[in-house]
Design a binder for this molecule. Structure first.
Ligand code: RIB
Ligand code: CA
Length: 325
């Protein structure tokens, strides 16, 4: 079957790095382009980090720089989780050519969507500013996007505030633009991404089996506070793996809107999972569950494939057990 075309827009931090690697490794997907946005760290840093991850896996993709500021709220970084360089303080080499194309990310996304004739699937793993800019500047874009898969939001609580998940909190107006665009949305919120975890022991076993890609990614993930807490949440990997292997997940269609004005609820994705028909329009598929073992084993296999290592079930069993020998 012909690989499906995706575009990955990220605020390359440590789990974005994992998402980029998985998107490159999945045979079901063709990575048409990458773009960066201010989020975990400033926009220039996320652009260069995206280039660093492409260099790490020895692949070249079109990479475009996007928004440095949210649409309507002040920019707020997440140094506490991803470090000031976005990669947990780990220094990775840059490719030879690092200048960003003149064309901004939102224009590149639009042109790619038109060129793909409506087959492009847009995946966002950071604040949705670039996606929103493309939608606002090009009212015909919805006819050229098959769907938008977002890591963001939550049908329940938040991680940036009690009400809001970071990517939506960072640019709530952009998220609202995406959810009300008319393009089908797959919401990969904290409800599912906090289940999509790997343990430090599994990552050590993955590094022991792998080469440069696996070992470097595990170094990045080991810098995260959730690694210290014993379960690394691979938030950004979820929309990528859902795009290729939806059978690993379960979810329900629901009406979703974003709170953009609330003093304490800004960035809340108000999710009507128990409809009393007040909100008949179900604009999003909200993911709520994942086959945790299947997710982790696929993740291990994809990362090792980038080191040219084919893994059999016995090897995956060993990594899943967190066994080093
Ligand atoms: O809330 C998790 C999200 O915020 C992830 O995309 C992570 O990279 C951070 O951007
Ligand atoms: Ca991210």
């Amino acid at each position: 079957m012909k690989p499906r075309c995706i575009w990955l827009d990220c605020d390359t931090g440590t789990d974005d790095a994992a998402a980029i690697l998985c998107a490159a490794a999945l045979p079901e997907l063709k990575l048409a382009g990458l773009s960066s946005v201010a989020g975990n760290v400033e926009g220039r840093k996320t652009y260069l980090n995206t280039l660093r991850i492409c260099r790490l896996m020895g692949r070249t993709y079109p990479v475009y720089a996007g928004a440095a500021q949210p649409l309507a709220v002040p920019y707020t970084p997440a140094y506490g989780f991803h470090g000031e360089n976005g990669l947990g303080g780990v220094e990775l080499p840059l490719p030879e050519h690092c200048d960003a194309p003149e064309l901004p990310a939102w224009e590149a996304i639009y042109r790619c969507a038109v060129a793909q004739g409506g087959e492009l699937e847009l995946i966002t793993t950071g604040p949705m500013t670039n996606a929103a800019m493309a939608l606002l500047l090009h009212p015909d874009l919805p006819q050229y996007l098959k769907r938008i898969l977002v890591m963001g939001g939550s049908a329940t609580g938040g991680n940036r505030t009690p009400a809001a998940e970071f990517n939506v909190y960072a640019d709530p107006h952009a998220a609202q633009t995406v959810f009300t665009s008319g393009v089908p949305v797959v919401m990969c919120g904290l409800d599912v991404t906090e289940q999509a975890t790997v343990t430090p022991a599994q990552l050590s076993a993955l590094a022991a089996c792998g080469g440069t890609v696996a070992q470097t990614l595990c170094r990045l993930l080991a810098t995260r506070p959730d690694h210290q807490r014993g379960a690394v949440m691979l938030h950004d990997v979820v929309p990528v793996l859902y795009a290729a292997r939806p059978g690993l997940f379960e979810g329900r269609k629901a009406w979703v809107r974003v709170e953009t004005k609330g003093a304490i609820t800004r960035g809340k994705t108000v999710t009507d999972l128990y409809s009393d028909k007040k909100y008949p329009e179900k604009n999003a598929l909200v993911l709520l569950g994942v086959d945790r073992s299947g997710f982790a084993r696929l993740f291990f296999r994809l990362i090792l494939s980038l080191d040219g290592i084919c893994t059999d079930e016995a090897c995956l069993d060993q990594i899943e057990r967190g066994a080093l020998t």
